[in-house]
Structures are given as structure tokens and as C-alpha cells.
Design a protein around this ligand. Sequence first.
Ligand code: NAD
Length: 410
Amino acid sequence: LQVPDKPVIPFIEGDGIGHDITMPSQKVIDAAVEKAYGGKRKIIWKEVLAGEKAFRQTGSYLPDATIEAFRKYLIGIKGPLQTPVGEGIRSLNVALRQTLDLFVCLRPVRWFKGVPSPIRYPTLVDMHIFRENTEDIYAGIEYMDGSADAKKLSNFLIQEMGVKEIRFPGSSSFGIKPVSKEGSERLIKAAIQYAIQRELPSVTLVHKGNIMKYTEGAFKIWGYDLAENEFGDYTFTWRQFEKIKSEKGRLDAEKALEDAKKAGKVIVKDVITDAFLQESLLKPYDHSVIATMNLNGDYISDQLAAMVGGIGISPGANINSSSGYAIFEATHGTAPDIAGSGKANPSSLILSAVMMLEHIGWIKAAEHVYDAMEHVFAKRKVTSDLYAQMEGATLLTTSDFSDEVIKNMH
Ligand code: NAD
């Protein structure tokens, strides 16, 4: 991606702790860029409005000017946004993702030495979640029980579609799960390309296709078709393994798999969601890139985040890999219980900004932040969310933590 040496990056401060973490995070990124490139490169931060602040100043929670800024500058960053109550808005985050068609939610999961983890071998965790962001049961097509539309739909399903399984036809709620081939393919394609570019060993398609055959089951089949047809030179799939096994026997299949690994091919496999949740705890080293649908991805993202210290330090990005739009964001919410108290951990937003530096190719600056954070966590200097779980830790406020990261840039 080509960016100028002094790119304009629009940012949304966000509600609640958004105000507490934004300035300290920008300070860390500015210091890392300065350290890496002297005055040659610099980010020009441009505040754009969304959420409560936007409503107070403009009467709109998501002004058009904000969307236009993201369209103009392609890349942006955001703090958490509270969903306005009773405004007919499902979620500002969802609105932003849908307007810019940010179909990939990318969440890298990486452990920093010293951070408390519930698993035995956190050093072996290096996962990258690709969650489909626009389809599935989260598309928002829902009908309330007893409503005229719900009754119409249940009559249609029974009379026109021959459905027999609706137990309480007049009083059922409905949620519709649209899943398209195009929508699934573009997500899986982004995940495979990412694995190839970063030389990662595998892509796991996570799905509940054993139960939902034509949505989640199709996701798996489309994934294997795509890997074999479009990325045949770079991948080897479990489906190919099974085919060789049934035609020539297990030994030949295992040899083909070994040869593919030796050749540096990405192994594309699939796992049922419930099994994946267990495997990711017991054998996290078996999975590298994970490609999954919207609801599965939501659950998986927070479970994997918990393995490396929780949402306070887990970064994320919402991306459209075709148009180039990318918004990097803290993965946690607005934490109203601690807003304004200096307790918030800014790491999630800092590390999201580091993903942004990597995205624009400013790798040296990204490494300065990673290295410094490694030092700070290893010294057990942390904010309140981690302090309670760490023996002998030193408690820092949000801004003291950021200053400590800057001090540890060598
Ligand atoms: P939350 O993430 O705000 O808080 C859950 C818990 O984690 C709280 O105890 C909070 O204090 C703690 N926490 C969260 N981030 C922290 C941080 N950086 N440092 C220390 N502790 C942290 O989730 P919630 O309470 O379910 O949601 C609150 C609001 O945030 C809701 O309005 C929700 O819609 C919104 N939300 C926004 C986003 C987003 O903008 N991407 C994501 C999730 C929730």
C-alpha cells in the first residue's frame, strides 16, 4: 500500500473510555514513528466525529462527513462507540462496517511475556482470526414474535415452502441467516492471501456445517473449492488429503501432506466450531489463520483474546481488501464503569494502531512499539485490568502506562 510520508489518518475518539485512551495511544505511535524515521515520516491525526460527541455537536450520531473522511483517506482508527438507546440504530459499529462494506474483521492473537493467561503454553499462541463481518445471522433480518411480519413469514414457510418444523407458528420469532458464495469467498480469499504473504502454516475454516448444511456447510465447501482452484500452487487441503487417502491409502496421503508442508504450502483444513473452541485452548499451536462466519467469529474472537490477557489488550481491524478501506479499532466497548478514572488499558487501541502501521508498511515503527510493550509487560507494569491477576505487579494509570511504553523504546 502506497501512502505519503505524512498521511492524514482520521480518528474517532469514541465514547466512554475512548476519551481516556485516544491521546495516550497517539502519543505512543507518534513516538515510535519519530524514533524509526526521525522527522521524515509523521502521522497527521484528523479527528472525525461519531457517537455521543457527534450527536452533541451535529445532531447526528454518525455524520456524513465522518464517512466521507474515511472514504477520502482510506485508512482510519476508532475508539469504542456506545449504541444509542431508542434511536432506531442497531449499532454505530455495524452501520460503519456496512456503509464502507468492511467485510473482514481481523483479530491477531498474540501473547506478551508476563501477561496472565489461563492456558499452559501461551508462548505457542499465534493466531489470526478472519471473521466475516456483513452476513450471517447478524445481518439484522429479525421478526418479533406475534408481529404481523412474523406471522406472514410463518404462514409463507408452512404454506409455500412446506416447512413442518415450526412448533408455535403464530407466536415464533424469526432470525434469517443469509450466507452467500461471494461473501464467503471474498473473506476466505483474504485469509488465504494473508497466510501466503506472511508464510503462515495453515488456514482453518471454522463452521457448524454438520447442523447448518446449506449455510455453514457451504462455507466450508466454497473455502476448499477456492483454495484448490485459485490457490492450488500455494495450498494443500484436507479435502485433497482425504481424496488421496480413499484412492491410494493413508501412507500416500500422509506423504502428500508432508511434501506440501516441506514445499511451504499453506494447509487449508476445517473444524466444527465447538471442537475448535476446545482445540484452541488445548492445542493453540495447531491453528494459525482462522476463517469463519460472523457469529462464530464473534465468540471465537473474545475467547482467544482471553487466552492472551483479554479484550483490554487485543487489537482489531475492519477491512475491505478490495477497496482498501480499513478501520483499526479497539476491540473492547466503552467500559462506562471505569470511564474517566484513569483505569483503562490503552493497549488494545495502541496495538490496533500498530496493525495500521504494519498495513501501511511502517514496520520499523511497529516493531518499536511491540518491543517496548514486551519490556513493560515483562516488568509487570500494568493497568488495573491486569494488575489484580499479576503477583508483584506495579499499577499504572492509562497515561502513565503509555509514557512507560515510550520510555522503553530503545
Ligand atoms: P465493555 O468492553 O465496555 O466492558 C466489559 C468489561 O471490560 C468492563 O468491566 C470494562 O470495565 C472492562 N474493560 C473494557 N475495556 C477495557 C479496557 N480497555 N481496560 C480495562 N478494562 C476494560 O463491554 P460492555 O460493558 O458490554 O459494553 C459497554 C458499551 O460498549 C455498550 O454500549 C456496547 O454497545 C459498547 N461496545 C462497543 C464496541 C465497539 O465500539 N467496538 C464493542 C463492544 C461493546
